[in-house]
Structures are given as structure tokens and as C-alpha cells.
Ligand binder design. Sequence first.
Ligand code: SAH
Length: 510
Amino acid sequence: MKDKTGTVYLIGAGPGDPGLLTIKAKDCIEHADVVVYDYLASPFLLDYAKSDAQIIYVGKKGGDHTLSQNKINLLLVDKAKQGFDVARLKGGDPFVFGRGGEEAQMLLSHGVPYEVIPGVTSAIAAPAYAGIPVTHRDHTSFVSFITGHEDPTKKDTSMQWDVYAKSNATLVFLMGVKNLENIVKNLIKHGKPSDTPVALVRWGTTARQQTVTGTLENIAERVKQANLKSPAIIVIGHVVSLRDELSWFDKRPLFGKRIVITRARAQSSGLVSTLSKLGALCIEIPTIQIAPPEDTAPLKESIKNIKNYDWLIFTSVNGVKYFFDTLFDMGKDVRALGHLKFACIGPVTKERLKDYGIISDILPETYRAESVIDAFSTLGIKDKKVLLPRAKLARTILPEELTKMGARLDEVTAYETRLNADGKEELISLLENNEIDAITFTSSSTVSNFISLLELKEAKKLLKNVVTASIGPITSDTARSFDIEPDIEAKEYTIQGLVDSLLTYYESRK
Ligand code: SAH
């Protein structure tokens, strides 16, 4: 127990796109001792919390309140009184139908200091991501935010249907999906033209965004047909017609495509962010775990004797990382490598090496081990001593060919790849429910590990309606060895090449 009362920050976490969090909110999450969040706050934001912060989920999905509002209030007070600074994350903006006002009043009454950090409200952002500006000089000069949650049979209603119906304001209803029929009925009854444009935007600003448009007359039917559920924003007014012209978010080339990423989590961020920017919903199911080798002695021994080598060859970014980790652990630095020549397979490996201040002498034209051999054949490595730190159980073609060329080769294990089965159940359930559009394979081991998650006999059946994308011929061959013919093979054997070929694939199917 600390002797000072903590502060509660009522934070607008934005509508879903993690990029729409404010800088102030991020700063606040980073420093909080306790983070309290609910259903509408994007779980990505929790990554900003301190590693020892208490993270508390308080639910609230429609009627399902994991903790009642009263209990949430008491929790906030209790944590603050214990001296903790509390980040209370609320979807969108805390003071727009977020009960933030009530939480602030309650904190005040308990003498708990608080601050409010406004957020990007879904009432504006969801329409914006659907290409609908809530105001526009040619269409309307004002906008109303209205609760769509009010019980239609309530006697003392605060709903002013005649006012909403007669004004030319853009009407934005929150929490209104279940009540949609009732909302449109009332507006028409009070004189709003039945051809007034309407849009519903579900999970706005996220890769799951779904939009249904229509008129007051037909929207309820269309929403039913599309099976669109909560949470969604209902926008009513002439600005909705601008969507035809202004939609942008759902026009991105991979919009709505659910793509599984199988590579190790530590390496997936580049692929995930590139695909996400193109609109895809990335589902990370890492099939590989990268770890230091069980026996680190051989790598250490070769680093101890590094003076005796002429060449150092890296075939992957992991090889680079684990080599340098070990070098630094041994109290040495890059000066120990000054006499060496370097070769890297692939531009990404080369870039990683450059991070350590070293420019590779050789970069093969293509990124397969075979072309490294071509590159070496012009450089004469006969009788040269070569160190090759790489994965345990890596392919043998490179060492074989280098030895044929007369190199005196030492191959050492710099890291190991292991099967990661954590995502097995999620993967199978997604496949069984047809919730995956494509799967990316970025190495042979992602394929073989993926197959061992599924168990061979099921794999072909489960992948029937799924597009499989391979980073290059070697990975494709591994897939074929399991009787899976990749639908896509990258032309350039890099992550960008893989993304490009996915784009081409979906482009050609439009
Ligand atoms: N304070 C929040 C609103 C909370 S009320 C804000 O400012 O956004 C909850 C309602 O917000 C939901 O029923 C839904 O109507 C709307 N909502 C929240 N996030 C949404 C999203 N990403 N897309 C569409 N509607 C959303």
C-alpha cells in the first residue's frame, strides 16, 4: 500500500484501429500501474503497458457485463486508494456514450483524482472509414449523436423523433443495431422521407469493418440479410450518398482478406504490417519458435578461434542475430571480425548484417543457396577457411558445394527452430469454420510444422477453400511433398515478393 492516492485516467482508446490512439493516451498506458479495459478497447493497446502492470478486463458485450458498472466504479476507487495510477481504457471517446461522466462523478465523490483523455469516437471515425463525412457543406450543417439503446416502450422517453425526423441533420445512432427497425419506423412515422440514405458500419476502422447501405425503407431488411450485428454505427442522412464516391478503406486491395501468418512471431511484424496496410486481417499463428541451440559450445569455440577463418557466411537473419548475440556475450565486438570476408544470402540478411556495421562482400543474384555457389565460383575460395553459422538441420547443398570448391568449411549451429503448437486449436477451428482466406508459408519449416499441427490426413481437406502462398520454389517443393500444391509462389523470394504475388493473385480475380 502506497501512502498517496493514485490518479485514474479515463482514456479514450479510439474506435479500434490501434493507430487512432492519441499520443497522450499511449503515454498514459505506458506509465499506469493498473490497466482496466473492456470489450470495445483494442487489445493491441495492452502491449504498451508496463510488463508488471495489472491488466483487468471488465467486459461489457451488449448485455453481458463481466463486472457491473457499480463494481467497475468500486474497482477504480479501490486501486487508486491503494496508490496505483489507473488507466481506464474506454472504446472511442470516454464522454461519448461511454459512461465516462458517471465514472468521473463517482471518482470525485470518493476524493480520487482523475484526468480525462478524449479519444477518437466511433461516431465519427466509423463513418469516416466507410467514406462518409458526418458533415458536408452541400448536404447538412449539423450532426446529432443519439443513443439507439433506449427501450422503445419506455414512457418518459427522451427521444425527440419529430425533431430528428424534421431536421436535415446527419443522425448518428450508437448502440442501435438491435433497435434498428424501431428507429427507422419512428423516423418515417414522424415524416422523414423513406428514401433517406442510411448506412450501418460494423467494427469500423478495423480489418473486420463491414458496411451495409440502403434507405430508411429497406435498410432493416438489408441488415438482416447481411446478418450484420452489433457493434455498429447507424448513419442516416444525405451524407451517406457520398460513400459511393469517397469510400477508401474497403477499396484497399486486400481488404477483408483473412490471412494466416505462420512464421515465428519475432519475425512476423514486417509481413503483418505490410499486409495490414493493404487491408488484410492478419491472424498470427506462429508454427516456429526460434531459440538458441541446446549446445552453444561449438559456436563459442569457433568465435574464440575466429582469427583462423577467412570467410563468414550467413544464410538468414537469425544466423546473424544469434552469431552476434554470442559474440557480444563473450565480451568481444565487431573488431574481432575485421579480417574476414562476408557473404549473405538474401537482401534481408545483408541488411541485418549492416545493422552491425558490416557490408557483405557477396550477395547472390537470387536468394537460393545455389546462387551463392555461383557467386563464390568467381571469387576463388579454394583452401580458404569458411565459417557457416546457421540453423540446426539446415539444408546440405550449400556446405556440399562449398566443400567441392575446395573450401575448408566449419558448419556450426547458431540457433534452432522448434515446432510451436500453441496455435493448433485456434488454427483448426478457424479452418473448420471457413474463417481463413489465405495462408502464407515463408520457409520449408513453416510448411512442415503447419502440417504437423493439422495432422497430414486432414490437411488437404481443411485447405480445400484456402489459398496457399509460398515464398519460393524450395518452400513450394516442401508443400508438394505433403501433397499440397501452392496456389501462389512469389516471383522474388522475399517477404515483399510474397506480398506482391498475393496482390497479383487477388487483383486477377476481381
Ligand atoms: N464511447 C464510444 C461509444 C460507446 S457506446 C465511442 O465514442 O465510440 C458503444 C457503441 O459504440 C456500440 O454499440 C457501437 O454503436 C459504437 N461503436 C463502438 N466502436 C465501434 C466500431 N469500431 N464500429 C462501429 N461502432 C462502434
